[in-house]
Every structure is written in C-alpha cells, then in structure tokens.
Design a protein around this ligand. Structure first.
Ligand SMILES: [Zn+2]
Length: 124
C-alpha cells in the first residue's frame, strides 16, 4: 500500500512509515520481523518503520467505565470481575503517515487521515 502511494506521488523512495498498531492485533513483532524482506525491491526498501503500539482497553458495563485488563486476553474487569467483551482500544491497524524522500530541498511529508481496517497479512 505504501509502495503504491509512493508510486502515485512521484515514485520517490519512502523515507519513513509511521503507523499505530493495537496490542490485540499482535502485529508489531510480525511487522518489524517481516518488513525488511517484504519491502525488498519496493519503494519502501530501507525506510524507517515507526510503530506506535496502542494498549488494550475495554469497557465495563457494570462499572460503566473504560478499564485496562490485567492481561492481554483477560476480558474481565480488573475491579468488579465481570466479563468485558467490548474492546475500546487495542485493535487498531492504522497507517498514520508516510514520508517520501525529498525531490528537492523541501522534505515531502504526507499525512493520511484514512483509517484502514484490520487485515491479516501473512509473512513468508
Ligand atoms: Zn467493572
């Protein structure tokens, strides 16, 4: 996706990719691990990958408040113990901005506002 973006915007190499990943998406390590091989030969090769991990939080209907579970897969309220299946944050998989190598003296920095749906990507 980033490669395609770079292609449509002058075809310059990508300098930096900023994204936010929810703790629950469990993609952070996979993405760091895959990035180098996945980006080879694309405009993303050599780019800096910056991942901001978003911690998990859930909504407890009993306490009527947003809570932080004690564990990643522990969907119970830490205070009242009732199940809290409603995830508030932690599922994010969002590309926040892409920086391309500057064509001239001015650094090209682009902000994306679109929210991309969570999708499973397989690494080979
Ligand atoms: Zn509660």
């Amino acid at each position: 996706m980033v490669d395609e973006y770079a292609f449509k915007n002058g075809g310059r190499p990508v300098r930096r990719i900023n994204c936010r990943l929810g703790e629950l998406s469990a993609m952070t390590r996979a993405l760091y691990f895959c990035f180098e091989s996945a980006s080879k030969g694309s405009r993303c090769e050599g780019a800096e990958l910056v991942i901001e991990e978003v911690p998990l939080s859930v909504f407890c209907h009993t306490c009527n408040a947003v809570k932080t579970p004690s564990g990643r897969f522990n969907f119970r309220c830490p205070d009242c113990g009732f199940p809290t299946p409603k995830v508030v944050t932690g599922r994010e998989m969002q590309l926040t901005s892409i920086e391309l190598e500057a064509a001239d003296e001015n650094a090209a920095r682009t902000h994306l506002s679109a929210d991309y749906p969570t999708q499973q990507t397989s690494c080979q």
